[in-house]
Design a protein around this ligand. Structure first.
Ligand SMILES: [Zn+2]
Length: 237
């Protein structure tokens, strides 16, 4: 998903989320944010006739000038305390996105640890909405656990690893087929079998070995016991 599409879907979801919160909502649209800044400044300027509402507002919000713009922040209690901002909705996607990338596609807990140092209202809920839209994180999630991953066997020489398997054709009234394949070249040799006995399989293998050379490793999907028997027979021959 492109970042633009991701952003669009992020705001589709968060808009619904915010509507469901009603008055408890701590996320502001751009307009709400700007009007709150005005109100906070008004409350600050009421020197003598502060109402309870003014005090309430000033307990939660303050305004600082950063460059040319005014930002809504948590009132700073002690000088030197870090400034914690309120974000407005339109900027939250970019904030969350930048944070996610800057900590190497970190998960929700690590992201919240970073975000709460700077923002009061970039909530875990918003981060979760974002992470559910992040394709690479969703892909990571759906990968099987380590240990279940099948490692491809890499052979770099002819005859370094070969495989012998039997295909049972007897249900179709035919004899079995011995399949012999080199891992590197995928070169396949087929032999028809009258029986599935190790002796007969070994007999055909020996003919192949004397023509093409014997493999360093012989493996079989028919199981270790079958492979062992075959190898024993080949050696005896
Ligand atoms: Zn991600």
């Amino acid at each position: 998903m492109m970042a633009d599409e991701m952003k669009k879907r992020f705001y589709e979801t968060t808009t619904v989320l915010i509507a469901s919160k009603g008055k408890n909502n701590q996320l502001f649209t751009n307009d709400q944010y700007l009007s709150l800044i005005l109100k906070v400044k008004e409350s600050k300027n009421m020197i003598t006739k502060k109402t309870p509402e003014d005090y309430q507002r000033l307990a939660r919000y303050d305004v600082v000038k950063i460059g040319a713009s005014e930002k809504l922040i948590i009132p700073v209690k002690n000088e030197g305390d870090p400034i914690i901002y309120y974000a407005y909705l339109d900027e939250t996607f970019q904030i969350i996105h930048d944070c996610h990338i800057s900590i190497g596609y970190g998960g929700r807990v690590r992201m919240m640890n970073e975000l709460k140092l700077i923002y009061k209202n970039v909530t875990a809920e918003l981060v979760t909405v974002y992470l559910n839209l992040c394709e690479s994180c969703q892909k990571k999630k759906s990968l099987p656990k380590k240990g279940l991953v099948v490692k491809p066997i890499i052979s770099n020489e002819l005859n370094s690893r070969c495989q012998v398997d039997l295909i049972d054709m007897q249900s179709q009234g035919d004899s079995s087929v011995e399949v012999y394949q080199d891992h590197l070249t995928k070169f396949v040799q087929l032999r028809s079998l009258k029986t599935k006995r190790a002796e007969e399989v070994a007999y055909h293998l020996l003919k192949i070995f004397t023509t093409f050379g014997a493999p360093s490793i012989l493996q079989s999907d028919n199981g270790g016991e079958f492979a062992n028997k075959v190898v024993k027979e080949v050696c005896a021959m």
